[in-house]
Ligand binder design. Sequence first.
Ligand SMILES: Cc1cc2nc3c(=O)[nH]c(=O)nc-3n(C[C@H](O)[C@H](O)[C@H](O)COP(=O)(O)OP(=O)(O)OC[C@H]3O[C@@H](n4cnc5c(N)ncnc54)[C@H](O)[C@@H]3O)c2cc1C
Length: 390
Amino acid sequence: MKQEYDVIVVGAGPAGSTCARYAAAQGASVVVLEKDRDVGMPVRCGEAVSNRSLEKIVDIDPRWIAATIRRFRLVSPSGQIVEPDLGGHGFVLERRLFDYDLARLAVEAGAEVHTKSYVDGLLPSENGWQGVALQWKGERREIRGRIIVGADGVESRVGKWAGVDTTTHMRDMETCAQMTLSNVDLEDDACEFYFGNDTAPMGYLWVFPKGNGMANVGVGISGMASKQRAAIRYLKDFIARRFPGAGVLTTVAGGVPCAVTVDTLVKDNIVLVGDAAHQVNPMSGGGITSGMFGGKMAGEAIARALAREDLTLLQEYPRQWEKDIGAKHRTYHRMKSAVYKFPDETLDDIARKVLALSPEKRTIWGVFRTALRHQPALVWEMVKVFGLGR
Ligand SMILES: Cc1cc2nc3c(=O)[nH]c(=O)nc-3n(C[C@H](O)[C@H](O)[C@H](O)COP(=O)(O)OP(=O)(O)OC[C@H]3O[C@@H](n4cnc5c(N)ncnc54)[C@H](O)[C@@H]3O)c2cc1C
């Protein structure tokens, strides 16, 4: 490890590795510091992504794909099943391999990656920050960097150290528990989502197949609901009912910030990406590809700012994020906030109404339009923001 780099990236998740890759590809000297021993471990994720998003950001390696998803089942509290047309397909990934390869791509672009590198502070300078302090393989180190990227995930501290407000209201912090099961009887091309107060209050429960009789089965509930009953208890109840003979290969817990993006993505020479910047889609809780988009935009802005020796160009990143994704996420957040308040009877009523639609109208947007029919302002906003003229 050198003493000085153009860019220090804290965290080797999808957002950090992607940011490093795009900055290094333009000639910046970049180091990625990862606290864990292995990139991509432990996996705390359902691993589901849409093909369209993933294709836009990386060339897909078939080794990453555990299952290809062509059907998407929404199950209402009383058990009615709606299968909307997705207009595309999805994947359940093997994140162990995926995260590893994203880090490899960063290295191939010229970045250094160091594991067992736990960053525990920023080094102040006169007008910002001049580097980070870390424990590297048990040794204390300080390294200098012109730009520091906080890609340190949901429990991010880089933003906080720099004075950025990264708090998430408890209502928007989904508390998740997930088990990877074996010996489950499932169709390998269908993801299932369960809704209802007894299953997943202010959230949903997911069943994502991984092939070979395996599946990621998890639940995410609002932090408000988890005060009454922990997510893991909802999950255990569901698994006992639905998959009584399953083997449990892994159990993980974690939070997902289903909020709007933080107000400050760039402060002085500090840049935030991925979960650290709340770039998760607040409706679905998916943050893999949106974090990678954030990482790419940030990496490109960093490369331009360094090439022109003008750090004010870092501000292009928040502008682009807002234009391409940030505004959409605000609408998703408002939709989620409306939908999560629906009682079980309303969810059942929506399922009934969607099932009464003609098959060509039974799209994911058809579901949202039906769900939000009492919120005309929100439907209009969806039409404007997502260009849904139909
Ligand atoms: C149970 C669960 C299920 C989920 N399911 C899905 C899903 O199906 N689809 C989807 O798209 N998203 C899902 N998500 C969300 C998704 O996992 C995250 O949005 C995504 O991983 C964010 O990527 P990231 O690079 O921002 O952060 P992370 O992937 O969290 O990476 C951050 C990295 O920073 C490292 N780090 C942290 N602090 C330091 C430090 N001080 N020094 C050095 N390194 C540090 C961490 O070790 C970690 O490797 C799920 C999340 C949970 C909890």
